[in-house]
Design a protein around this ligand. Structure first.
Ligand SMILES: [Zn+2]
Length: 331
């Protein structure tokens, strides 16, 4: 089998054929020829006359331990609508030096790993990861997602260390998140209603927590809508050995006391004689931070850690970062 035939079968590039393969210091360079008769503008998709030609490279998915680069002639067109634009390429987004497959892989990984991990794994710049994710998300966003909303829910989620928040708006009908912005104030949610414009008239009901900011924004923007308050926050403590819930508490606000009450209940049930240790794994919630439990002495912010172990009697003063060896012998 010829090398070009093998690479055509291997890469299966849409709208392009492999015409040559070379192995060099930068990796495998695959020469490709676009299968097109008329050039089309990458801005609007219209057919347009050729302006000039040049050679371009696109980074593709790695082949084994080698980088794979596609190289081919690309033309710029004179579009009556968009001006001079690069032509449409089936295997890459307009004006981008990575193939769609490479960008889709990057965006998929970004759902699971940090930018630093992805940058090292794929051997690309840290900032490039962010730009690729933005492009892929933009391409997949449903432009009609804000039209015809009837029942929506507004809530906040914390991100990064310290108290940084995102306001998320969900469509209660299909369950999808339709809008996200940084912050959790009335002004943040006002931004959503401004983007919605006249489409806000279709909203009949909004569920929010007891945040005064959210309520103010909703009453000003859509006074006709019903507001359903979600007044409760719940904290559970689960015994990971028996998998039973050993402490719980309900409250109308997210204060430290909510977690403390649940922990007091768990301690009462699990270490009544104070001579049995309770190992507590908390999540990244700010309220679950060991300092919230009166366990001082840690310099890490609440969101830097993934898991912490706090030891209740007989070692109440320690707050240890979780690691395999510490888990084996916490004291
Ligand atoms: Zn155009």
């Amino acid at each position: 089998m010829r090398v070009t035939t093998a690479f055509n079968k291997l890469l299966r590039l849409p709208g392009a054929s492999v015409v040559g393969v070379t192995f060099g210091a930068e990796g495998v360079v695959v020469a490709v020829r676009l299968r097109r008769r008329r050039s089309r503008c990458s801005g609007c998709g219209r057919k347009a006359p050729i302006h000039d030609r040049s050679t371009r490279r696109w980074r593709h998915l790695d082949l084994g331990a080698q980088r794979c680069l596609l190289e081919g002639e690309i033309r710029r067109v004179r579009c009556p609508e968009c001006g001079v634009k690069v032509e449409e390429v089936p295997f890459a987004r307009p004006g981008v030096r990575h193939t769609r497959d490479f960008e889709d892989l990057t965006a998929f990984l970004a759902q699971q790993a940090s930018k630093t991990v992805i940058a090292r794994l794929l051997r690309i710049d840290w900032a490039t990861v962010g730009r690729i994710v933005e492009r892929v998300v933009e391409g997949h966003l449903d432009e009609t997602r804000l039209a015809g909303l009837v029942m929506i829910g507004v809530d906040e989620v914390s991100w990064r260390k310290r108290h940084r928040y995102l306001t998320c708006v969900a469509d209660h009908i299909d369950g999808g998140v339709v809008w996200v912005a940084e912050g959790r104030s009335a002004a943040t949610l006002q931004g959503f209603f401004e983007e919605l414009g006249g489409d806000a008239a279709t909203i009949q009901a909004v569920s929010i927590d007891m945040s005064a900011g959210y309520e103010k924004a909703v009453r000003e923007a859509i006074p006709h809508a019903q507001i359903a308050f979600d007044p409760f926050h719940v904290s559970f403590v689960i015994d990971v050995f028996s998998r039973k819930v050993v402490g719980w508490q309900l409250a109308t606000n997210m204060r430290t006391d909510l977690v403390l009450d649940a922990l007091r209940m768990a301690r009462g049930l699990r270490s009544p004689g104070a001579d049995v240790a309770l190992v507590h794994h908390s999540d990244r919630s700010s309220m679950d931070h060991p300092e919230s439990h009166g366990l001082r002495g840690t310099r890490d912010g609440p969101f830097r850690m993934r898991t912490r172990i706090a030891i209740y009697p007989p070692c109440p003063s320690k707050a240890l970062r979780a690691s395999p060896d510490q888990r084996a012998s916490p004291c």
